[in-house]
Design a protein around this ligand. Structure first.
Ligand code: BEZ
Length: 212
């Protein structure tokens, strides 16, 4: 198995999920996607994470992002655990959880790191663009719950780059000025960035955040 790198085509797969059988690329359709793994069902950090993702569903929808979770447990466990998540996190899990008890998908996406635990998945996140290419990979240890606000922030940045030819500077937040991509020539700037721009150095040009 070769490691997945940014820019690779996200590997396609078929899987059983709590929302029925899916063929991953077909399920993504024209959307962006997030595929994220968690170590195991009935674990505390994962319970809070999946509840949080359910509450953020509206934010993902606004950005045209579909979310799928995965763990190496089976469908029956997923379904029973969802009852607990809904109850304890005061929400309704509204996205598919992939049953990967044969570890087919977790192996394909290199989500098992044997030096931490050879049986369960680590907390991997893959953001996939509407071109089915991998745009972001983050790996967290099992003991650290993910920051889903950061995930939304990165998706906003990725979509600004994909659709508006800007990048985002350090600690950028939605609404802050953006950086004009180095590939944009000075001649192109006025028509591409009608809100104006500021040239700090020839290679460091800011513009107000374009409409997303
Ligand atoms: C959890 O998901 O809660 C968890 C898993 C492994 C280690 C610590 C926490």
């Amino acid at each position: 198995m070769t490691a997945i790198r940014l820019g690779d085509l996200a590997p396609d797969f078929e899987a059983k999920t709590t929302h029925g059988d899916i063929s991953f690329h077909e399920w993504l359709g024209d959307s962006w996607g997030i595929l994220f793994s968690h170590p195991a069902d009935y674990t505390p950090v994962c319970t809070t994470e999946l509840g949080t993702v359910a509450k953020y569903r509206g934010e993902f929808d606004k950005r045209n992002v579909k979310v799928a979770a995965l763990s190496v447990d089976g469908l029956k466990d997923h379904q029973q655990w969802i009852v607990d998540i809904n109850e304890t996190q005061n929400t309704t899990v509204n996205f598919p959880i992939i049953a990967d008890d044969d570890r087919k998908v977790s192996s394909l996406y290199d989500m098992i790191h044997p030096n931490t635990d050879d049986k369960t998945t680590v907390r991997s996140v893959f953001v996939i663009g509407d071109d089915k290419k991998v745009k972001l990979i983050i790996t967290y240890p099992a003991s650290t719950g993910r920051n889903f606000d950061e995930l939304l922030r990165v998706i906003d940045s990725l979509q600004l780059t994909a659709y508006n030819k800007v990048a985002t500077p350090a600690n950028w937040r939605n609404g802050d000025d953006c950086v004009i991509l180095p590939s944009v020539s000075n001649e192109q700037v006025p028509s591409l960035f009608p809100k104006g721009h500021k040239e700090v150095k020839p290679y460091l040009r800011f513009t107000p955040q374009p409409k997303m």
